[in-house]
Ligand binder design. Structure first.
Ligand SMILES: Cc1cc2nc3c(=O)[nH]c(=O)nc-3n(C[C@H](O)[C@H](O)[C@H](O)COP(=O)(O)O)c2cc1C
Length: 473
């Protein structure tokens, strides 16, 4: 086996080990549980229909059909847009149900003119979830019908303030609360809930607003003894990103851009290929005629608009309340519908800030497998990092203890030496005194001995002289 093959085999083994050890957690919203914490973001004007939604649901995520201008896929849209929208929505929901037993949601923009008709149709179809964005879903929400049909509701917000407002309003008017919240940051695709100047500011980034929304919902969780999962959206691209947002407290993530680049996405292949071929500098913020900024890929249509051209369009109903159709230089729904069909002379492509990272169009199953693997590797890396930090902490503590112990030993040695020196000095002094004393004694004894010697000397002289006189006699 070559070195590279051995390395790849080891890597695959590690990935399998990680995937088994760190599976993506399930997402519970009320009494509904998705096997994966992944919501496929609703993408209007025919980008996310039954095919994409069912494919995501089959993998354990939440598949979402976008109801906004869905009627444009019908032949009679311009005769009766509301009827076409409602018919197309019902058909796509049924089709998704036929193709999958998983969880299916519907995304409806609050600001569309037929919001209530779409809402009623989705409730009657007993979809699993309603994702309600582009406005505050507070007025005329048929909460009782929603509950009777077992539908769960998740408003889409861009700030803690909006989340609090919706929850307070539901509490007051309906004596009930939504079931979850999608928090969409400024790196998302499509229309954005931010002013253009807010898009790059740190305080509006998803990493900042997710914890703020979680905190805002805490008050309601405590009062209602319920949990309201937060689902983070906008710029989430990899399994590592999913890991990061779950670690921040989100219980799920919503992805749009990644699901466009799938075989099953309902848009024309040229729409998907636009993601593959775009560079980061091709992704721009446009001011949509509906008064909101949106993120899109530069192309001939936007270039023409920038030159001041006005595109002819038909406006059968003012489909978005905030649209100033009279002044608009193009119709956003028509432009998005053209792009969906791969016509970039008459439309442009909405995308998220990370669309330039897309390298291939893959089946949903493969995308999900990659996300699971990326998440598992991030968990593994996180666990390693935590272990490393623990070991580093221990090392630091040991180093400190070593330094303290060393200092202690040094002081002790010095103390001992000093004490030893002190003890020796005393002994020396005593010894010296003792010796001095002895010397004195010796001197005294010496003097005594000398005195005795002289005495003996005198006695000897006397004796000798007496002996001499005796001998002479
Ligand atoms: C082509 C496109 C169309 C979209 N249309 C809608 C829409 O109709 N309603 C909506 O609430 N969000 C819409 N979005 C936002 C997505 O649902 C999702 O929240 C967002 O794209 C997440 O960011 P990401 O693309 O970086 O993953 C759209 C996004 C894209 C890319």
């Amino acid at each position: 086996m070559s070195l590279l093959a051995a390395f790849e085999a080891k890597l695959a083994e590690l990935k399998d080990h990680c995937a088994a050890k760190y599976p993506l957690p399930a997402l519970r919203i009320g009494d509904k549980t998705a096997g994966l914490p992944i919501v496929q973001g609703g993408m209007g004007v025919g980008i996310s229909l039954s095919n994409l939604a069912a494919s995501v649901a089959r993998e354990g995520g939440i598949g979402v059909i976008a109801a906004n201008a869905i009627g444009m896929i019908e032949d009679d849209y311009y005769d009766d847009p509301t009827a076409a929208n409602v018919r197309a929505l019902r058909r796509e929901v049924r089709e998704a149900r036929r193709k999958s037993e998983g969880l299916i949601g519907v995304n409806i923009m609050v600001a569309v003119d037929c919001f209530h008709q779409l809402l009623d149709a989705a409730i009657e179809e007993k979809v699993d979830f309603l994702f309600l964005g582009a406005g505050l879903p507070i007025k005329g929400i048929p909460v009782r019908a929603i509950r009777e049909s077992g539908v769960k509701v998740a408003p889409i917000v861009s700030s803690a303030r909006a989340a609090r407002l919706i929850f307070k309003s539901w509490e007051k008017h309906y004596g009930d609360l939504p079931d979850a919240v999608v928090v969409e940051g400024p790196r998302a695709g499509g229309h954005l809930g931010f002013k253009p100047e807010q898009i790059d500011r740190p305080e509006f980034q998803l990493e900042r607003i997710v914890p703020e929304v979680i905190e805002a919902l805490g008050e309601f969780e405590a009062r209602w003894n319920r949990t309201f999962p937060v689902i983070a959206a906008g710029g989430i691209y990899s399994g590592e990103d999913i890991h990061r947002f779950l670690a921040l407290g989100a219980q799920g993530v919503q992805l749009g851009t990644r699901f466009v680049a799938t075989t099953e996405c309902d848009a024309d292949i040229r729409f998907k290929q636009a993601y593959l071929s775009c560079r980061e500098e091709d992704i721009v913020i446009v001011q949509s005629p509906v008064g909101l900024p949106g993120r899109a890929i530069r192309g001939p249509f936007l270039a023409a608009i920038a030159r001041g051209e006005k595109k002819l369009f038909r406006c059968p109903s003012r489909c978005l309340e905030s649209c100033e159709a009279g002044k608009a230089r193009y119709c956003i729904s028509e432009a998005l519908d053209s792009a969906r069909k791969g016509d970039f002379e008459n439309g442009f492509v909405f995308c998220g800030a990370n669309a330039h990272l897309v390298r291939a169009i893959v089946p949903v199953r493969e995308l999900v497998a990659g996300l699971k693997q990326g998440y598992a590797l991030a968990c593994f890396a996180g666990a390693l990092r935590a272990e490393y930090a623990k070991a580093a902490e221990k090392l630091k503590a040991l180093k400190e203890e070593y330094a303290v112990t060393l200092a202690c030993v040094r002081t002790k040695v010095q103390d001992n030496l000093r004490r030893l020196a002190e003890e020796k000095e005393a002994w020396f002094r005593e010894e010296r005194a003792r010796l001095r004393e002895r010397l004195k004694q010796i001197v005294a004894e010496y003097a005594e001995a000398r005195a005795r010697l002289s005495e003996l000397d005198a006695e000897l002289v006397f004796f000798l002289s007496r002996a001499a006189s005796l001998n002479a006699g």
